[in-house]
Design a protein around this ligand. Structure first.
Ligand SMILES: Nc1ncnc2c1ncn2[C@@H]1O[C@H](COP(=O)(O)OP(=O)(O)O)[C@@H](O)[C@H]1O
Ligand SMILES: [Mg+2]
Length: 222
């Protein structure tokens, strides 16, 4: 069974002459354990796709199904719950809470959701991301790359079934970008998540199971 399904999904913004079709009618599935890359130029609709797939935005038409649940048909409150349970987001706009240190951000996740990583596993995650020494720091004291790695830790900590990452390696140096991509791949295979990574960096797509290109809101399999 597909963990993530988009059925005849379309998204437009605006109306009349200024209407933008950010996503043309799209059918898409992601299976357990699949690492999928999405590439495409700026403004082509990659972020729109990812945020609709994860239920942060609703489509104009069509439906999104996550782990059998009809995301699109749920009211906002239930949709938020489903998102919290199933989806790990790594978004371009950082998902860090400015007034909590990193450790506190993780503890907050334990307050809102059960079945997160156990202490030992979380410790391993921090180590492989190289952020174990940053747990007492606040987001403002971190570099761009450190913030990005913490954002990745937050997304993975909740043991999501779907991981959606928008340019997760954008502010990392080359070595770190490969390391992070390896780690995302490792988690995808080990935990059998469906993982979708938007990237500009075509060096990072070699390891992916599938690659899609988006051009002007239209998705094609490479
Ligand atoms: N909230 C919005 N309101 C109006 N237009 C939008 C909005 N979000 C995205 N768009 C438009 O939809 C298209 C796709 O945007 P986006 O998904 O952000 O592309 P990408 O992530 O590939 O750079 C662009 O033309 C963008 O201007
Ligand atoms: Mg984008």
């Amino acid at each position: 069974m597909a963990i993530l399904e988009l059925n005849k999904v379309r998204k437009t913004f605006g109306a009349g002459r200024t209407q933008v079709e950010a996503m043309k009618q799209t059918n898409f599935r992601a299976e357990k354990g699949e690492l999928i890359a999405i590439i495409g130029p700026s403004g082509s609709g990659k972020s729109t796709f990812l945020t609709i797939a994860g239920g942060l935005q609703t489509p104009t038409e069509g439906e999104v199904v996550i782990n059998g649940a009809p995301m699109t048909r749920l009211k906002e409150k239930k949709r938020a719950k489903l998102r919290l349970k199933e989806v790990g987001f790594v978004l371009q706009a950082s998902n860090l809470v400015p007034f909590l240190n990193i450790q506190q951000q993780m503890q907050l996740l334990d307050k809102v959701k059960k079945d997160n990583m156990k202490q030992e596993e979380a410790q391993q995650l921090y180590q492989s991301l190289g952020i174990e020494h940053l747990l007492g720091h606040f987001p403002k004291d971190l570099s761009g790359g450190e913030r990005q790695r913490v954002a990745i830790a937050k997304a993975l900590y909740t043991n999501p079934s779907v991981i959606l990452a928008d340019e997760p390696t954008a502010s990392l140096d080359s070595d770190r970008a490969f390391e992070v991509m390896d780690m995302i791949k490792g988690i995808t295979k080990e935990k059998q998540t469906a993982t979708i990574v938007v990237t500009h960096d075509t060096r990072l797509i070699d390891d992916c199971d599938k690659v899609y290109q988006i051009t002007d809101g239209e998705m094609t399999h490479q």
